[in-house]
Ligand binder design. Structure first.
Ligand code: CAA
Length: 378
């Protein structure tokens, strides 16, 4: 790590230890997102980590960003996913495809944490097949009128601005993945409504909602780039996002390992701490090895991104490997705790539940394998 990366890691670790970890159990139990924590992340600059200084960002590279995200996830995965979505998707999409005026208008308040961002691609009937979406945008004088229902939107209720994808092609001339636009949608726009808040297995504090657009007018200056390229912009965004989710998965796994190490040192059976048993040592060694391997792969992907190299395959590999490692490590952590791992009194039960969705959101493990295989043949 560079000196700068170490400083960022220490800052993130201190914040996570003081502001997140002590409350994670309660937020999970109550499915409550601590909105006030967003202000704290904003003050640290953690909501504009990848944005240039001219937009009030920290102008950090991806390598430093994923280090910070891992630490935040080690404290609380629900807060980390809100931070990951905001930093990786809407802000990066506006930075990459917005006009100067759009960047000036939206990025500084987002970087300062005054506006929390969300990303809306999925629909109830369009998950892995995201280009199969039905929500549509009809051109009208001075803008677009959006209609349709979107699903699984992190930060979609209490967030302030969503980058949302909708069809811009017409029913008589469908253009598939090349007939979708990306729109900057403030959540207080007339016609924007928030539906069901999902009652989830894990990452329960993070807000995941359905949203709907009903005759929602979006002015031309809130369309991002080319109205036919929104799906491509979204997939480019997900190249960043998937590295964020990999970091998040590693943070969850690291936390589970630390709890397992502590418990195996304290718990005595057959007259000795269970860490003295080779069976337990093998478990802990396997857990630590998978975490290090996941971290190394993620840092390889981040370095490629920072060097301007193609990153789709590496970010999918990093997400795939890290999320499966998180599932493995948290499952083993529950096993190390035995019966105590199965009850809510100990944190590994929550970490096990928190890990699962990293294999699902921002593209399932099956979709990551599809992306990797396609790239191998490219
Ligand atoms: N960057 C740029 N362009 C890309 C790209 C990328 N990473 N990936 C594909 N493209 C281009 C393709 O080259 C293609 O263009 P050409 O025809 O000119 O070559 C175009 O995009 C369409 O690509 P595909 O033909 O591959 O499209 P597809 O319909 O077969 O879908 C997919 C590909 C990989 C399956 C994609 O749909 C996908 O990733 N699905 C998963 C969706 C997903 O991750 N959803 C998560 C939503 S966010 C979330 O989870 C909630 C949250 O808030 C955390």
């Amino acid at each position: 790590m560079t000196e700068e990366q170490q400083q960022i890691r220490d800052l993130a670790r201190e914040f996570a230890e003081n502001e997140l970890r002590p409350h994670a159990e309660e937020w999970d139990r109550d499915a409550h997102f601590p909105r006030e924590v967003i202000a704290g992340l904003g003050e640290l600059g953690f909501l504009g980590m990848l944005l240039p200084e001219q937009y009030d960002g920290l102008a950090l590279d991806t390598a430093a960003y994923v280090v910070a995200l891992e630490e935040i996830a080690r404290g609380d995965a629900s807060v980390a996913v809100a931070m990951s979505v905001h930093n990786s998707l809407p802000t990066q999409m506006i930075l990459a495809h917005g006009t100067d005026a759009q960047k000036e208008r939206w990025l500084p308040p987002m970087a300062r944490g005054e506006m929390l961002g969300a990303f809306s691609l999925s629909e109830p009937d369009a998950g892995s097949d995201a280009a199969g979406m039905a929500a549509n945008a009809r051109k009208t004088d001075g803008g677009w009128v959006l209609n349709g229902a979107k699903a699984w939107v992190t930060n979609g209720g209490f967030g302030d601005v969503v980058v949302a994808m909708a069809r811009t092609d017409t029913p008589d001339a469908r253009r598939g993945a090349k007939g979708i636009g990306a729109f900057i949608v403030p959540t207080n726009t007339e016609g924007y409504s928030v539906g069901k808040k999902e009652d989830k297995m894990g990452q329960r504090a993070s807000e995941t909602v359905g949203i709907a657009f009903h005759e929602m007018f979006i002015p031309d200056d809130q369309l991002l780039g080319d109205p036919s390229q929104g799906f491509i912009y979204a997939l480019q965004g997900l190249d960043n996002g998937r590295m964020g989710i990999a970091a998040l998965a590693i943070g969850i796994a690291q936390s589970a390992l630390e709890h397992a190490l502590g418990y195996a040192g304290e718990r005595r059976q057959f007259g000795q701490p269970i860490r003295a048993f080779q069976g337990m040592q093998f478990k802990l060694a396997n857990m630590a090895t998978r975490i290090e391997a996941a971290r190394a792969l993620l840092h390889r992907a981040a370095a490629a991104k920072d060097a301007g190299e193609p990153v789709s395959m590496l970010s999918s590999m990093a997400k795939l490997f890290a999320s499966e490692a998180a599932m493995y490590v948290t499952t083993e952590a529950v096993q190390v705790f035995g019966g105590y791992g199965y009850v809510k009194e100990y944190p590994v039960e929550r970490l096990f539940r928190d890990a699962k969705v990293t294999e699902i959101y921002e593209g399932t493990s099956e979709i990551q394998r599809t992306v990797i295989a396609r790239e191998l043949y490219r």
